[in-house]
Design a protein around this ligand. Structure first.
Ligand code: TMP
Ligand code: MG
Length: 289
């Protein structure tokens, strides 16, 4: 069916159930499908040759437009809050206020740096960000088959849009909801637009006012891609979900978090820097029989 599912990185708790969902998605075809994906560490790579790749926030944090002092403070925040973000032994209720604190403090520091809108393209070009191997086939398949792709990100919208623009895959079927910057008349960053999106409020609460999912009400089959437990609620605003396949990238602390990921995601991809499995599934679903 999908040979990529035999890859050593793939773990599935209920293989029969997963095969059933994939078969149904194929039977019902591309017209009923939509894809909802996280961006940082899901469409972008977690690491390369033993080095970590940056998130959309990290791209700004480590760029030349941020002062030495600002860089240090942003790094300190990351070292304090990131272990909390991924701690499998803390509840969502515990994590949520701490994530609001992290994002708020990071955004305040970025605003202090007087970042210019015109610098963003160059900052992205000079960064070490990488999309996962196979990204081109992923975006191309969805575009060619007119399958909408909704990127739901707690990262920085302006930065992630620039990444996919530079990769030449920002097609018309791609929609992004994320944290966007606001600039003054001189093009200098003044604040981040509301609502603040962090790892654990990626749900309907921040989609009020957008009717994206309502417009796509006939697309009741969903493929959801994420790397965090917070990504699991990204499809909550969809009025009527018939079939959903949740694919999770388990990038970090693999042994420690495996159990929880296997319970929550239908397919878990362990330390897999590629979109091979996703592309294999899409190829199977979207190829005419
Ligand atoms: P997401 O992948 O769920 O959209 O979340 C964005 C990631 O960005 C999340 O894993 C935490 C990370 N992050 C940073 O790297 N630096 C920051 O300053 C902030 C606020 C978040
Ligand atoms: Mg992520």
């Amino acid at each position: 069916m999908v040979p990529e599912l035999e890859k050593a990185t793939v773990r599935i708790r209920q293989p029969e159930r997963v095969r059933g969902i994939i078969r149904t998605l194929r039977e019902q075809g591309g017209a009923k499908l939509q894809v909802i994906s996280d961006f940082d560490m899901t469409l972008s790579r977690f690491g390369c040759n033993g080095r970590r790749c940056p998130t959309s926030h990290n791209i700004l944090d480590t760029s030349r437009v941020v002062s030495e002092d600002g860089r240090k403070k942003l790094k300190d925040l990351l070292h304090y809050y990131y272990p909390i973000e991924i701690d499998p032994n803390r509840t969502l209720e515990e994590k949520c206020p701490l994530m609001v604190e992290w994002w708020t403090r990071a955004h305040e520091l970025l605003v202090q740096q007087k970042i210019r809108k015109d610098d963003i393209a160059q900052i992205v070009r000079e960064s070490e960000v990488m999309l996962r191997d196979g990204f081109k086939e992923f975006f191309d398949q969805l575009h060619k088959n007119s399958v909408p792709l909704f990127i739901f990100s707690a990262g920085v919208g302006d930065v992630l849009e620039e990444i996919i623009r530079q990769a030449s895959v920002f097609y018309s079927n791609v929609n992004v909801v994320s944290n966007y910057m606001d600039f003054d008349d001189d093009g200098v960053l003044t604040h981040f637009k509301a609502p603040l999106i962090h790892t654990y409020n990626k749900n309907n609460s921040v989609l009020q006012g957008t009717d994206y999912f309502q417009q796509l009400s006939t697309r009741t089959n969903i493929i959801l891609l994420g790397d965090s437990m917070g990504d699991l609620t990204m499809a909550d605003g969809i009025p009527s979900v018939e079939n959903i396949l949740k694919i999770g990238f388990l990038n970090d602390k693999v042994e420690e978090r495996r159990g929880k990921y296997l319970e929550a995601y239908d397919i878990v991809l362990e330390s897999d820097e590629t979109l091979d499995v996703v592309n294999g599934i899409l190829r199977y679903i979207l190829t005419e029989t």
